[in-house]
Write a protein that binds this ligand. Structure first.
Ligand SMILES: Nc1ncnc2c1ncn2[C@@H]1O[C@H](COP(=O)(O)OP(=O)(O)OP(=O)(O)O)[C@@H](O)[C@H]1O
Length: 286
């Protein structure tokens, strides 16, 4: 499978800062993969997303070293507009994403397509499909500024999905949502993956990462300290050294191991803990 994103020895320093907030980062992402970026506050997750979508260095100047390659082309050789068509970016703060010039959710979601000059009947069809997908049909007539944070997060996601970009970079899409709303958003993201989209997601909810993502990048103080399939990273004792959350079930399992309860493997999804206990028990009682 082709690498759609390649980062080679990338370092970045913001203009006003003395220190590099991203340090010598190297990784690649295959087309169609769902990758979660995790790390403590200030680790550099949002800055890394901004480097991938070209805002570093096109918008935030500063000092960039190394290479950022998207779909075979260096990021510095793209126009920001070209990158905007290829990469849909959903902001951490849904309040930043609302355009402020549209008076209904329907028109807000249609806005990007209108700017591209897409024929009206096509716009209507696409917006209807996406409103249904993200489960906000009932909000179509509402003013985006009257919505709750969670509703705005859905509208922001819809406004990006409707543009049909190859890559989705999503920064904490569920911070304003309750557990049900959160699961709904992850279902939409899963659907995007099934449609062949490459997804990069910053998220603190590790249970959902364990459930849905393929790979994890672990950032710590600007360095990429671990990368690999979700199960490998959560099961690696090195992960514990960064004081980042685990999936709840993994936390419970590690506590059990600590007090001397052996497990056949380290579970990362809820349904796996009984399995790990049962396998261990059966092996010892044959
Ligand atoms: N515009 C900026 N100018 C200068 N420094 C910045 C800027 N934006 C972020 N930083 C600094 O860069 C570092 C990385 O910040 P970043 O927002 O990328 O981290 P993060 O992992 O996304 O954190 P959080 O989980 O809190 O969102 C931090 O030390 C932050 O203070």
């Amino acid at each position: 499978m082709k690498n759609i994103i390649e980062i080679k020895n990338m370092s970045y320093r913001y203009p006003v800062s003395d220190d590099f907030c991203l340090k010598n980062i190297t990784f690649s992402i295959q087309k169609g993969a769902f990758t979660a970026i995790v790390g403590n506050n200030g680790a550099g997750k949002t800055t890394l997303c901004n480097a991938i979508r070209g805002f570093v260095p096109h918008f935030y100047k500063g000092e960039l070293a190394g290479e950022v390659i998207v779909d075979g082309k260096q990021i510095v050789d793209y126009q920001l507009g070209q990158l905007g068509e290829k990469i849909g970016y959903v902001f951490q703060n849904p309040f930043s994403q609302i355009s402020g010039v549209k008076d209904s959710v329907f028109n807000e979601v249609a806005y990007g397509l209108e700017n591209l000059g897409v024929p009206v009947d096509e716009i209507i069809q696409k917006v209807e499909d996406v409103l249904k997908l993200v489960n906000i049909e009932h909000l179509r007539g509402k003013n985006p500024f009257e919505l709750s944070g969670g509703q705005r997060q859905r509208v922001a996601l819809a406004a990006i999905i409707v543009m049909d970009p190859d890559i989705l970079v999503i920064d904490e899409p569920t911070s304003q949502l309750d557990p049900i709303g959160t699961e709904d958003i992850f279902d939409v993201i899963r659907l995007m993956k099934e449609r062949g989209k490459t997804v990069l997601l910053v998220e603190h909810k590790m249970d959902l990462i364990a459930e849905y993502a393929d790979n994890i990048l672990v950032l710590h103080e600007g360095a990429l300290v671990m990368q690999g399939p979700v199960r490998e990273v959560f099961s690696d004792p090195k992960y514990a050294t960064f004081n980042i959350q685990y999936p709840h079930v993994t936390e419970v399992a590690l506590n059990l191991i600590d007090i001397g309860v052996p497990l056949k493997f380290i579970p990362i999804r809820n349904e796996e803990l009984p399995k790990a206990l049962k396998m261990e028990w059966e092996e010892n009682n044959d």
